[in-house]
Design a protein around this ligand. Structure first.
Ligand SMILES: [Zn+2]
Length: 236
């Protein structure tokens, strides 16, 4: 299956082997679709195949929400926007990077961060994407009955998680990974490592039934308790 239903009308679409990178598709009552993240450069082929498998057409995707400007989330965005005609939205602090096709600076206080910072710009970039609208913390986007924006900065300045209230699905973005257990994102990929850990704590305060990760499989049983245990240092 190219698309895995995690709740009614919400699908996780893995775009890399072993669930390593996921996008999410959320359906509204009118059948319109909101896509969260567009994977790496080659992901659009998989995303479009998943749409076909669900009996949908590219034109049904009306919105593309981008959690942050890293090329494993935005690499396919330009192609998806072109193929679907969807309106691209991201946090107001992330828009500049997405429009310019570059990733925010990494935290040079880590060894890996210093190494990454020395990579040529091209290695860190992605195809520029037109951003149609920006959002900020606390906004409830009107798609699919309401998608709440939860700003979880630190991984990048405008990194966001998303809560789809009606299905009870939380999409953590890179605030928390679920690759071989829960973890925080790689310190070397963060703009501000400490802030990324602090802001992830916000997710434990939310009400949700399913935890969807952009890296790793979703959790649909005891998700909130498991996320809270991780955030409080009792697991992971
Ligand atoms: Zn990232």
């Amino acid at each position: 299956m190219a698309a895995i239903e995690v709740a009614t009308g919400v699908w996780r679409i893995p775009t890399a082997p072993a669930d390593f990178i996921n996008s999410y598709l959320i359906e509204g009552d009118d059948g319109s679709l909101t896509l969260v993240d567009a994977g790496m450069k080659g992901a659009p082929k998989k995303l479009l195949a998943a749409l076909a498998e669900l009996g949908k057409s590219p034109g049904d995707v009306t919105h593309l929400l981008l959690s942050h400007a890293h090329n494993d989330h935005t690499g396919g965005a330009a192609k998806i926007k072109e193929a679907t005609g969807s309106a691209v939205q991201t946090h107001e602090r992330e828009a500049v990077y997405i429009r310019e096709g570059r990733m925010p600076n990494v935290d040079r206080s880590t060894f890996g961060g210093r190494l990454l910072a020395r990579l040529p710009g091209k290695a860190k970039g992605f195809a520029k994407v037109g951003v149609d609208d920006t959002f900020e913390d606390g906004d409830v986007l009107p798609m699919a009955g309401g998608i709440q924006v939860v700003h979880t900065p630190g991984h990048t300045p405008g990194h966001c998680s998303f809560l789809h209230t009606s299905s009870g699905v939380l999409i953590t973005g890179d605030a928390i990974f679920n690759v071989r257990g829960f973890s925080y994102s790689f310190a070397s990929s963060c703009t501000d490592v400490r802030l990324s850990r602090e802001s992830a704590a916000r997710l434990g305060e939310l009400d949700f039934d399913v935890a969807g990760f952009t890296h790793g499989a979703h959790v649909s049983t005891g998700a909130r308790a498991a996320v809270r245990a991780f955030l409080h240092g009792r697991a992971g």
